[in-house]
Design a protein around this ligand. Sequence first.
Ligand code: PMV
Length: 334
Amino acid sequence: MLVEASAPGKVILYGEHSVVYNQPAVVLAIDRRANVYAKKRTDNKIFIDADNLGFSGYFEDDVYHAVRGQAWRGRNLAALNVSAKKTMEYLGVEGGIDLKVRSMIPIAVGLGSSAAICVATVGAVEKLHEGGLKKEEISNVAFEGETIIHGKPSGVDNNVSTFGGVMSYAKGEGFTHHKLPREIPFIIGNSRKKRSTKRMVENVAALKERNPTVMDNFLDTMGYIAKKGLNALLKADLGKMGDLMDLNHGLLSGIGVSTMKLEILCHTARKNGALGAKLTGAGGGGCMIALSEEVRMSDIERAIRRRKSDAYRVSLTDQGVTSRWIEDEEMADS
Ligand code: PMV
């Protein structure tokens, strides 16, 4: 028997970057998930099979040994090693674990892939040891894993991936869960350019250092947009939501986190009927998100694909982290 845990990716609808400076953000869990399978080992190794990402290897005393792919890939897997080890430390147990990662969330493009993998790892390891952790505890332990990748994350990603649903968040105030009056599907355009959240956050910090007053005004306005955007979302007022997405995108461009391709994708989406479009996540590449009436969605998806980008239609999900015991054969099928 082994454990299967699964956690969703996310999009930030309003408030990326400004959330780092204590402004509110609105975050949505999406129906693209990361799965992690866990099984106990008889030694103390943390073996990680991420073969569908092109690498696998194991950590012994926190030193990475590549089995497939190059040794530097250990950097990508370190967050899983830390998530697994911290979970065991938290539970007061020891031992080795085989972890297998299978994710439907593209990596390093702003869709919360690393947080989802960390959350699913903690979920799998705690279940394997019958830890009975509460969701809040899972989220907190996963945060320690994610810190390895992001440096100083705001905490948005691990929380939305753990709890699912629609959340607003502000540092110091924490999270508020929200219920929507109806389903609102979105289109994600992936520019296919990977980027580092840490670097983008550092760039914004440097710009703020050079231009403190102007940047404070930008960031305050982004926070205001996030508050108004949340109201519009809770009323499912698509027109207002779209306006606010466009406005938020303008400010994100202003602080230098957009790219030519993201600009093109946002303009393409709007030209093909989107009510609003903006980059989502740290920017510098990665994804944008578009909102539209159902009837225009296919046009928008096609137009994005014509721009040498991927387009996915995503629905929001209330399902956060889940875990269950499965038979070995079920994993063989996955
Ligand atoms: O691109 P992502 O999914 O890593 O999101 C980053 C969001 C930021 O606000 C830029 C950083 C953060 O920690 O909130």
